[in-house]
Design a protein around this ligand. Structure first.
Ligand code: GLA
Length: 701
């Protein structure tokens, strides 16, 4: 290698450019939109000198470490057995630059530590992995390891992140770029209800449709930190990492450790452009039974329909009612196993309750299958109720601090997934259940925070169990749930096929929440159900049409008892089930575009370049006298046939004030030029609060 070499990796419309310099750690030259980096001068020829700076100038590199003239937060902190931090000196031992991969290897010769930073071009984005190997003779203790250390340009303006709690997932937060530092740290032992460790960073006045956007998410289901730090160099550095407890990760000689991957999307097509790359990268992770996603079946979930009050007869009736309106997969939720009459007991005892299911699960599963539906089952393997046979037999299996009663949450404790015997036991139980009946779906729940914490090894233990389950039962689809949306991330996505977005299925609450979900995951993974009205989570009353229209944006399901509905409502719900089935090929697997119009209207389009469904949604009361057209920037470049597929307007099909044009638009499409739709906008009728209209748009090319 020459003394100064430029290496680049391109993905989609973005480039990552490094300047290698012999044995020194490569320097960042560019992370952003696609560039041609031929003949760029070495950074040291253009950067100039600054006062009160190192004489031997050190430009920002990909693995900042103290002692090397870098004053950023160290990407890596490793200690010796006596607890002393090691002064690492990393020499670059090799850079391999290929078409879709750039790998940099480093070695600290004194301590025998090898470090690898691996950048891959994946689905238009970058997947970054950092790993360590101890080739020395003494054990090393890893205190922290950033999964990435990325420069963000001075043009960045805002950070979009999400926070949340049970029943209020994905609350969007918009903050200016920090003058010092910004961080989002989670310490509850699981991903959390604010969504994955990740953020969108917006530059150049970016919005949903245009402008430079960086989006990152860590593929990890445990405690994490994402931080953006401003150094006086004049730009920002983003680091993301899984938090490691001191002493937790010991690298014995010969062993290795990998930080969870980071998914990075860079786009100049605004938030929607970055979101599309995120979706593509998430889709590349999912491993579907049979290799490919099948049409996402309509779910019927027993939870809000019957809660714990079920037995074989009751569930049989519920399944019949669900099948009659078109459900395709029936999920028997909590309450089926021994001792589980309520949430105070039973977790851990994974055998069917003989009082409720005297012959096990096979008979009810067969009955459900006989109705033309798949049979799915709820489990919460990582948990135990003190009031259970499992806990009585193994009180030492729960996470606890010696000499102290561990605190319960929802009357339960967390099993210590770091223990092999715990994992073996859980695998044996789950495997036996799956073999006992034709079960093709598991809803894998996790209903509390970890206190005390099991650290990052707890998460790795859970992953190991899930991997073993998937290997033994590759045909079984799995849903990740954690008190609703507490475990939605690209780490657990390796093992699952659906996320339960929230226990809050109030359609009004779901509008912003589902948009937050879509920042990280595509809609086919987004569990979205029609619940009862009043909503069990919020007490709000909403029309069936409105509830169903919002649920149709994701992987649709029902979570109520259709038999308890008025005949007319039941038929209406069956109509929504038909609509979802007819259009799911467009709703899932394609692109998603989000936008905002004036006076509180939001819109969302899902489909292909040539055909989309468009939701125009009004949550609150309009303040303006008339509805203004909705500009659809994506429509440029084609003529479109537009029609109304369904109106979910509380109090009627369309408002009495809607003009005949809109009534006609239900039966007959109208042709619009793309430029009109993009720059003037799609005319929409005045909508009352809590309504949605679903349009169908087809390009005429
Ligand atoms: C959690 C889930 C719900 C349901 C209950 C059962 O709250 O999010 O969907 O499965 O547990 O106890």
């Amino acid at each position: 290698m020459r003394s100064s070499d430029i290496v680049a990796l391109h993905s989609g419309g973005a480039s990552l450019v490094l300047e290698a310099g012999g044995e020194r750690v490569p320097l960042w030259r560019h992370l952003g939109l696609s560039v041609d980096a031929r003949d760029i001068p070495s950074i040291y020829r253009t950067r100039g000198r600054a006062t009160f700076s190192m004489d031997a100038d050190r430009a920002p590199d990909i693995l900042p470490l103290p002692g090397d003239g870098s004053f950023l937060r160290a990407a890596l902190l490793v200690c010796a057995k006596d607890g002393k931090a090691l002064d690492l000196i990393l020499d670059c031992t090799g850079i391999e630059s290929g078409h879709d991969r750039l790998t940099c290897d480093f070695s600290d010769k004194k301590h025998g530590l090898e470090v690898r930073v691996d950048y891959r071009a994946v689905s238009g984005g970058f997947r970054i992995e950092t790993s360590l190997e101890n080739r020395g003779s003494a054990p090393l203790s890893v205190q922290h390891l950033a999964s990435c250390s990325l420069p963000l340009p001075a043009r960045c303006e805002r950070i979009i992140s999400w926070r949340g709690r049970h029943n209020a997932e994905f609350v969007e937060c918009v903050e200016p770029m920090p003058q010092h530092g910004w961080s989002r740290e989670t310490r509850r032992g699981l991903t959390g209800h604010g969504g994955p460790c990740g953020a969108y960073v917006l530059a150049d006045g970016a919005d949903h449709h245009s402008g430079l956007v960086f989006a990152a998410q860590l593929a990890w289901s445990g405690d994490s930190r994402i931080a953006i730090e401003r150094d006086d160099e004049g730009f920002w550095t983003l680091q993301a990492e899984a938090l490691i407890k001191p002493g937790e990760v010991t690298l014995e000689p010969g062993s290795s450790h990998s930080a969870p991957p980071v998914l990075l999307a860079i786009s100049d097509a605004g938030r929607n452009g970055a979101m599309a790359i995120m979706h593509a990268m998430a889709r590349a992770i999912a491993r579907w039974p049979g290799g490919e996603m099948t049409p996402r079946p309509v779910h019927s979930n027993s939870w809000e329909a019957v809660y714990f009050a079920h037995d074989e007869k009751r569930i049989g009736e519920l399944a019949e009612a669900a099948a009659a309106i078109g459900a395709e997969r029936f999920v028997l939720d909590d309450g089926w196993f021994s001792g589980r009459g309520n949430d105070t007991a039973g977790l851990g005892d994974w055998i069917p309750d003989p009082a409720k299911y005297p012959d096990g699960l096979a008979r009810i599963a067969e009955r459900v299958r006989g109705l033309g539906m798949e049979f799915g089952l709820w489990v919460e393997p990582e948990m135990v109720n003190p009031e259970s046979d499992l806990y009585r037999a193994h009180p030492d299996w729960a996470l606890a601090i010696d000499g102290r009663e561990p605190p319960t949450a929802r009357n339960q404790l967390v099993l210590d997934m770091r223990r092999e015997d715990v994992r073996d036991h859980l695998f044996e139980r789950l495997d036996a259940i799956l073999r006992s009946a034709p079960i093709s779906y598991l809803k894998l729940d996790h209903n509390r925070d970890h206190s005390p914490s099991g650290g990052s090894e707890q998460i790795r233990g859970s992953y190991e169990l899930f991997a073993r389950l998937r290997e033994a039962h590759p045909e079984v689809e799995i849903e990740s749930c954690a008190g609703g949306g507490g475990r939605i991330d690209a780490g657990v996505l390796e093992y699952v096929h659906r996320f339960w977005t929230s226990d809050n299925i109030d359609a009004l609450a779901r509008i912003p929440m589902q948009r937050g979900f879509l920042a990280f995951m595509p809609p086919e993974f987004m569990g979205a159900h029609v619940g009862a009205s009043p909503s069990h989570a919020t007490g709000r009353v909403q029309s069936l049409d409105f509830r169903a229209a919002i649920a149709c944006q994701g992987h649709f399901g029902i979570e109520l008892d259709p038999a308890a509905m008025e005949q007319q409502e039941r038929e209406k719900l069956a109509g929504w089930v038909r609509l979802y089935k007819e259009w799911r090929h467009l709703i899932h697997g394609g692109k998603v575009l989000l936008g905002e119009a004036n006076d509180g209207l939001v819109w969302q389009a899902q489909g292909t370049d040539d055909e989309l469904l468009l939701w125009v949604t009004r949550a609150g009361h309009a303040e303006d006298r008339r509805a203004q057209p909705v500009p659809l920037s994506f429509a440029k470049g084609a003529d479109w046939q537009v029609r109304i597929l369904r109106s979910a307007v509380s109090g009627g099909v369309l408002t009495p004030r809607a003009t005949p044009f809109f009534h006609d638009l239900r039966d007959k499409p109208h042709g619009f030029a793309g430029s009109w739709l993009a720059h003037s906008g799609l005319p929409v009728p005045a909508l009352p609060a809590e309504s949605a209209m679903i349009f169908h748009l087809k390009a005429q090319r």
